[in-house]
Design a binder for this molecule. Structure first.
Ligand code: SAH
Ligand code: SF4
Ligand code: F3S
Length: 480
C-alpha cells in the first residue's frame, strides 16, 4: 500500500490478491481482514507447499482457491459473500474442477452453517486448524465436504516458516501471539480466534534472524494485544503475579521480547501492533526509547473518549487512564507517532459522549486513524445485553465528524514533519509515478521522493518540503 489514507475501513475491507501448485497442484489465496489474517495465509501457504502445492496468482488455473475471511463488521462478511459469487461464476465458466476453501474468522464463526449457506464451499477451516488442511483436501478428493473449526489452547504455528506472499521482500509480519482474552463487548475476535496464547520467544527471534538473512529490513510483530504478551515456558496466558519466583525469573514479557528482537540486527526496523491502552507499560516505552531501530510509532486504539461508553465496551480503561498513557508516550518518546481506532455510535452513546470522543481527539491530535460505525456482531456481549439503538443516520453523521477532525489532525501532524530530515526505509516505486520512490519514516508516515539513484530496501535521509493529510513529499539527501 503506497499511501496511508484515513479510511473508514481497515480490517475487513482491505483486499489483497495473494499468489499463493499437491505435487503439481496449485493454490490461490485471497486474504481479507487484519494483518494477522495476511500473516496466517503465509502459514497456510507454507503448510501446503510442504505437501507439494505451489502458488498461483491466477484464480482460473487454481486447483484450490482459499479465501481467508474476516468477521469484524457485517460489511467485512458481505465482502466475502460477494467474492464467493464471483468464484462461483469462475467455477462454472472457466474452472469446473476448482475446490473452494473458506479460512479464518468467518469460517470459525459460521462453522458447518457455511456449507449449508454457500453450496460452492468445500472446506471450512478455522484459524487454529490449518495443519489439518492436507487431510481436509484429501477428504474433498474423495468426494466429501470437510470442516475443522477446533480452537486450540496451544497452537501458535511457532516452528512453521511462513511462505512470504505478495510482499516486497523488505517488510514482513511476524506473529507473536494468537487469540484474545479481552472480551470487549462489541468484538467477535475472542470467539473467532480463541484463547490468547504467546509464541515461544526463541522461535520469534529465529524467524527475525532468517528474515534478516533473506534481506528483509523491517518486521511488524503482530498480536491483538501485544502488551499482554507473556511467555512462561508455555504460551497460554497466565497472571504474572501467580507465577512462582523461578517462573517469573524465566518469563518473557513484551518489553523484554522487544529488547531481544531489537538486538537481532541494527539494520532491522521493528514495529508492532496492536497496543492496548489498559496493558501498555512504561517499560515498553523505555525499551522503545532505548533502541534506535524500534520505530517511534504506536497504534493505540481508543474506541471512545467517554468513560461510560468505555465501560460499556468493557475496554478496561477510562478516558483519564488513556490520556495518562498518551502523556507517558509523549514524555518518554517525544516524537512518537500515535494512531487510533474509533467506533462511532456504540449502543446508547449520547451526543455529549460523542463530543467527548472529539475532545479526546483534540487532546491527542493523532497522526492517523481507522474509524468505523458500530456494527452489531452475533453473540457478542453487546449484542446479547445492549440495544444497538443509534440510528444509522446518526452513526454516519458522527463518524463523518470524527473523520473530518482526523483529516485536520493528520494534516497538522504532517505539517510538523515539513522542513525536517527523515530517515526513510524505501519500500518500492510509487504507484503514481515510476520516477518516484516511497517509504515510511519512523512514525509510519508515507514519504514520496524522486527516485534518482536510490532503490528499495535502502535507508535514505529525505528532506521533507511539502505534505498532504496522507503523504509527505521530499528530496533524498543521501543514504542514512
Ligand atoms: N485488538 C485490537 C483491535 C482489533 S479489531 C484492539 O483491541 O485495539 C480492529 C478494530 O475494529 C477495533 O479496534 C475496533 O475499532 C473495530 N471494531 C471491532 N469490532 C467492531 C464492531 N463490532 N463494529 C465496529 N467496529 C469494530
Ligand atoms: Fe477485540 Fe478487544 Fe481483543 Fe481487540 S482487545 S481483539 S477489540 S476483544
Ligand atoms: Fe477480522 Fe479476524 Fe482479524 S475478525 S480483524 S480477520 S482477527
Amino acid at each position: 500500500m503506497e499511501e496511508k489514507v484515513i479510511e473508514e475501513g481497515r480490517q475487513g475491507e482491505a483486499l489483497e490478491l495473494i499468489n499463493a501448485s499437491k505435487s503439481g497442484r496449485k493454490m490461490y489465496i485471497e486474504s481479507y481482514g487484519c494483518q494477522m489474517n495476511f500473516s496466517d495465509s503465509e502459514i497456510v501457504a507454507s503448510i501446503l507447499t510442504d505437501e507439494g502445492f505451489s502458488t498461483t496468482p491466477n484464480i482460473e488455473e487454481a486447483d484450490v482457491v482459499f479465501v481467508n475471511t474476516c468477521s469484524i463488521r457485517e460489511k467485512a462478511e458481505q465482502t466475502v459473500r460477494n467474492r464467493l459469487k464471483v468464484y462461483n461464476a469462475i467455477k462454472k465458466k472457466q474452472n469446473p474442477r476448482m475446490v473452494v476453501g473458506v479460512l479464518g474468522c468467518m469460517a470459525e464463526r459460521l462453522k458447518e452453517k457455511f456449507l449449508e449457506e454457500e453450496k460452492l464451499v468445500d472446506i471450512v477451516v478455522g484459524p487454529d486448524a490449518y495443519r489439518d488442511l492436507p487431510n481436509l483436501i484429501g477428504d474433498v478428493d474423495i468426494g466429501r465436504k470437510a470442516v475443522n473449526v477446533i480452537l486450540s489452547k496451544e497452537e501458535t504455528y511457532a516452528e512453521i516458516s511462513p511462505v512470504r506472499l505478495g510482499g516486497n521482500g523488505i517488510t514482513a509480519f511476524v506473529s507473536i501471539m494468537r487469540g484474545c482474552d479481552n472480551m470487549c463487548s462489541f468484538c467477535v475476535v475472542p470467539f473467532t480466534r480463541g484463547r490468547e496464547r504467546s509464541r515461544d520467544p526463541e522461535s520469534i527471534v529465529k524467524e527475525c534472524q532468517q528474515l534478516v538473512a533473506d534481506g528483509y529490513k523491517e518486521v511488524t510483530l503482530l498480536g491483538q494485544n501485544v502488551d499482554s504478551y507473556l511467555w512462561s515456558g508455555g504460551g497460554l496466558k497466565k497472571d504474572f503475579k501467580k507465577l512462582s519466583p523461578e517462573e517469573q525469573a524465566k518469563s518473557v514479557n513484551f518489553a523484554q521480547l522487544l529488547d531481544v528482537v531489537a538486538q537481532v540486527s541494527p539494520e532491522l526496523r521493528i514495529r508492532f501492533s496492536t497496543s492496548h491502552p489498559k496493558d501498555m507499560t512504561d517499560d515498553v516505552l523505555h525499551i522503545m526509547a532505548k533502541h534506535e531501530n524500534i520505530c517511534n510509532y504506536i497504534h493505540l486504539p481508543v474506541q471512545s473518549g467517554n468513560s461510560r461508553i468505555l465501560e460499556l465496551m468493557n475496554r478496561g480503561y477510562t478516558r483519564e487512564w488513556y490520556i495518562d498513557r498518551v502523556d507517558a508516550i509523549k514524555r518518554i518518546i517525544p516524537d512518537c507517532g500515535i494512531s487510533m481506532d474509533i467506533i462511532s455510535g456504540f449502543c446508547t452513546e449520547t451526543e455529549k459522549e460523542h463530543q467527548d470522543t472529539l475532545s479526546l481527539m483534540e487532546y491527542v491530535k493523532y497522526d492517523f486513524g481507522f474509524m468505523f460505525n458500530y456494527s452489531e456482531r452475533p453473540n457478542t456481549q453487546a449484542q446479547r445485553k445492549l440495544n444497538d439503538d443509534i440510528p444509522d443516520i446518526v452513526k454516519k453523521r458522527r463518524l463523518k465528524e470524527i473523520i473530518d477532525l482526523q483529516m485536520q489532525h493528520s494534516h497538522f501532524r504532517n505539517q510538523e514533519h515539513v522542513g525536517k530530515v527523515h530517515k526513510i526505509l524505501v519500500e518500492g516505486v510509487s504507484k503514481k509515478s515510476d520516477q518516484e520512490l516511497f517509504g515510511r519514516n519512523t512514525q509510519n508516515t508515507v514519504v514520496v521522493f524522486p527516485r534518482e539513484k536510490f532503490e528499495a530496501g535502502q535507508y535514505i535521509n529525505v528532506e521533507v518540503y511539502e505534505c498532504t493529510s496522507a503523504t509527505l513529499k521530499g528530496k533524498a539527501i543521501g543514504l542514512a
